[in-house]
Ligand binder design. Structure first.
Ligand code: B12
Ligand code: SF4
Length: 460
């Protein structure tokens, strides 16, 4: 079949991110004998015109549409993307069978399929099931019953299965260099899965709770290609948690260091599983910044959010970063169940003590189906069973709802290292665009050290 792969993601904040999911799918689709073309809408000025032109040029039998983001998960400055995706599906569906999938899609498959009007959707990983689905479509067979596949009009489907082996992405049809130049990095995935159960988080639902590791030799070969064939000098590991399991992270870092690859990188790490030895291995392998999904500096809130670590773990991990001179950022997530003025101030106080390079804070927690937070929000009457979560609904602890944004804005503005995208503190889209002009490699939050003062309004 002639298959057109479309990456629907047009979000460029905090930077444009490479459509790595589609590049993983390119390999099994080619192996199954399909002829592929790619349309990446990220850098297209007129997406609908680009879709029309691609349909005319390639005349695909099927369109494989990747939906990464539903919205920007930012309160109060929320951006919802599904209307644009629906327009694209409508353009494609008259001449090709449209199949939609991706992490955004997998979060609410039945509702999204109905909303965008594609012929079928696939939840979870596409490597194994997508070639089977295309085969059935080609031969006119029934598609229902395939794991993870949702047929148009269906209200239920067979749950997806985890793939048996994670392969290596094929980036040859994608513009790796443009992402590296404008986004400042190339993405690599070393494993899938998260065994933890933070109350609001969808990652274990998307990637499974069992850690599935790639072969270290495959990862190294992929990095070599990025460095030597594409001139990549900075990587971001898109793993849910880079340093878990710790022995795998350590073996990977030692193998990278042994090759002396001229590349720097950063990743999300869990403060619970970082030792001085592992951090030294990471630095020797080129790591120059780490991010912690800390969420709070209040012991009560860490417990309420079901985090796997304590305030003491945050202290120890931060002091290690300071000792070894590595830039580090803590991500805060304010507003969860039990959040109060006191717990918010506790988080500010802990961050003052830990002196991270940057603190990036999200205000309000987006509620997703099948999470503990969803159940809490229903029990508390914040939403009910029938509330649609397609457009983002944020949980903000009811007692502080009225003073929430004001309190965080006033406290964050007193500090130079705080970034609050929803409140436009040190992170408006205009400001990020301006920073990207410097063609920095690595996370933009590292540049906060150079800002003279905090900015609260978009730079125009
Ligand atoms: C790493 C990551 C980031 C990194 C990206 C770094 C980088 N250089 O790429 C950072 C921290 C920068 C980031 C930022 C954002 N992220 Co993010 N991110 C992730 C994360 C953890 C992994 C994404 C990834 O690369 N996966 C690896 C690839 C291989 O998997 P995949 O793309 O899902 O593809 C597989 C399947 O989905 C499927 N598939 C994909 N497409 C298709 C198509 C078809 C037809 C089929 C059949 C199958 C299929 O097959 C693929 C291979 O198995 C996910 C959560 C998660 N665990 O999935 C969130 C996630 C994608 N992010 C999300 C969001 C919202 C954002 C931000 C908007 C947040 C913000 N306000 O800053 C930004 C947007 C950035 C942008 N420009 O788009 C949400 C999206 C859901 C939503 N509500 O919209 C997710 C799902 C997290 C969540 N909340 O649940 N993110
Ligand atoms: S927040 Fe991190 S550790 Fe917690 S469940 Fe999500 S991915 Fe796992």
């Amino acid at each position: 079949m002639k298959v057109l792969l479309i990456s629907a993601n047009r979000e460029r904040d905090p930077y444009p991110v490479f459509p790595i999911g589609l590049s993983f799918l390119a390999v099994p689709l080619t192996d199954a004998g399909h002829s592929l073309s790619v349309l990446d809408l990220c850098f297209e000025e007129a997406p609908q015109d680009a879709v029309t032109a691609a349909l005319a040029a390639h005349r695909p039998d099927a369109v494989v549409l990747s939906l990464r983001n539903l919205d920007n998960v930012t309160w109060p400055g929320s951006r919802f993307y599904l209307e644009g995706v629906r327009d694209i599906v409508h353009l494609c569906r008259t001449s090709a069978t449209v199949i939609i999938g991706g992490s955004g899609f997998s979060l609410m498959p039945v509702e999204i399929l109905k909303y965008v009007g594609a012929h079928a959707g696939v939840t979870g990983e596409g490597e194994e099931v997508l070639p089977l689905l295309l085969g059935r479509i080609e031969s006119g067979e029934d598609i229902s019953g395939l794991p993870g596949v949702v047929a148009a009009g269906a209200v239920s489907f067979v749950p997806p299965e985890l793939i048996s082996r994670i392969g290596t992405p094929d980036r040859s049809m994608f513009n790796v260099m443009r992402y590296h130049s404008e986004g400042g990095m190339a993405s690599v995935q070393t494993k899938r899965g998260c065994p933890f159960s933070c109350s609001y988080c969808t990652y274990p639902l998307l990637e499974g709770r069992v850690m599935r590791l790639r072969a270290i030799e495959d990862i190294l070969a992929e990095i070599r290609t990025l460095v030597h064939d594409y001139g990549v000098s900075y990587l971001y590991f898109v793993d849910d948690i880079f340093n878990y399991p710790p022995d795998f992270a350590s073996r990977l870092c030692r193998a990278m260091a042994a090759e002396k690859l001229p590349v720097n990188w950063s990743a999300f790490i869990n403060p619970d599983f970082i030792t001085c030895e592992l951090m030294e291995d990471m630095l020797a392998a080129g790591c120059d910044a780490v991010e912690f999904g800390s969420d709070s500096g209040s012991p009560r809130m860490l417990k309420n959010l079901r985090k796997s670590f304590t305030v003491e773990d945050l202290r120890a991990a931060s002091s290690l970063c300071r000792k070894l001179g590595v830039d580090f950022a803590h991500y805060m997530l304010f507003g969860g169940p039990g959040e109060s003025r006191d717990t918010i101030l506790e988080s500010f106080a802990l961050m003052d003590e830990l002196e991270p390079t940057a603190v990036i804070t999200m205000t309000g927690i987006r509620i997703y189906p099948n999470t503990a937070l969803h159940r809490t929000a229903i029990e508390e009457g914040v939403i009910d069973e029938s509330t649609s979560l397609l457009e983002p609904v944020f949980y903000i602890s009811p007692p502080i709802r009225d003073c929430f944004a004001e309190l965080i804005t006033s406290e964050a503005m007193k500090r130079r290292n705080w970034i609050a995208p929803g409140l436009e503190i040190n992170a408006s889209s205009a400001m990020l665009d301006a920073m990207r002009l410097f063609k920095v490699k690595g996370p933009l939050w590292k540049m906060i050290k150079g800002l003279g003062r905090s900015h609260h309004r978009p730079l125009t």
